[in-house]
Design a protein around this ligand. Structure first.
Ligand SMILES: [Fe+2]
Length: 296
């Protein structure tokens, strides 16, 4: 057992899912059944990239849901710096409050992409854009619930899995059993590390509910699904089921990653998400995104 805590599956948080069709992202609201406290995990800010237009329909949905129920938003968590959608965290925080949290290795991601986007010294690489940085085994409270932050690098260096009772929010550390695993070829990603992180998540009890950050419906061959269990993944995950060796996984993952194109929204996503969801500004203070040429 390499988990830094003892899982308790008798604790069952309420989980509400919100699917964003434009980016195949699932955002979650996790609620303490015994109080009005809740957390948002992996929110989305909408972008029409061709037009450079930002909007907030996806985040507004979460805000309306929480407001109508009269709940209190305590945390706005990111599983990682996403490369395929923009975070709505600051917008949601502006409306409902709550603290924005991510893994402390965000500093590594900021350093890497600070260089890629040729950011000046005004871009802080210390994670100070976030309210809290988690290390492996850190806890946070959502009302009476205790959430454990588990460092699960591989897809990116800063990936975290949040475990709350019988529910685990795995980000891109695992995909649904028939989809396997996320790519590990972004700067700072590593297939071997991803294998070890995934197997660590699969040490949770078999009946632990796992909530994915993405699902693509097996490229249109089935409905989109985002919830499975540790037991299902251990039996059926096409990349990581029990009995798959680390070397086998690494060979498969690296061969597959070599064939993948960059995600459509990687350029705006990284610039915004490494700033905790803030849109960068130019020297005059106008919101502005860059496109580095031949840098990714
Ligand atoms: Fe991701």
């Amino acid at each position: 057992m390499t988990l830094p805590f003892t899982p308790d599956t008798t604790v069952k948080p309420e989980v509400f899912s919100f699917f964003d069709k434009a980016t195949n992202t699932i955002s979650y609201i996790v609620k303490d059944p015994a109080s009005s406290a809740c957390a948002v995990i992996d929110s989305v800010m909408d972008i029409d990239y061709a037009a450079g237009r930002i909007s907030y329909e996806s985040s507004d949905q979460l805000i309306a849901f929480i407001t109508e129920k009269g709940w209190t938003l305590e945390w706005i968590l990111e599983t990682h710096v996403h490369a395929d959608h923009l975070s709505g965290a600051p917008y949601i925080q502006g409306k409902l409050g709550g603290k924005i949290g991510i893994g402390d290795k965000i500093t590594v991601v900021q350093d890497t992409f600070g260089k890629v986007f040729n950011e000046g010294t005004e871009f802080q690489r210390d994670g100070s854009q976030f309210d809290r940085l988690f290390v492996d085994g850190d806890t946070l409270s959502i009302g009476g619930l205790t959430a454990y932050a588990i460092h699960t690098p591989g897809h990116t260096p800063a990936c975290m899995t949040y475990v709350i009772g019988d529910a685990a929010f795995v980000g891109d550390t695992l995909f649904m059993p028939d989809a396997g695993s996320a790519r590990a070829d972004f700067p700072g990603g590593d297939a071997r590390t991803l294998y070890r992180s995934s197997r660590r998540v699969l040490e949770l009890p078999d009946k632990t509910r796992l909530f994915m950050c993405h699902d693509y419906g097996a490229d249109g061959k089935r409905e989109v699904h985002w919830e499975t269990t540790v037991g299902e993944e251990r039996l059926h995950n096409i990349h990581l089921k029990d009995g798959t060796s680390e070397d086998e996984f690494v060979r498969m993952r690296e061969a597959r990653d070599a064939t993948l194109a960059m995600p459509r929204l990687i350029i705006p996503s990284l610039q915004v998400n490494m700033r905790a969801g803030q849109i960068p500004t130019d020297k005059s203070g106008r919101p502005m995104l860059k496109v580095p040429v031949n840098a990714l």
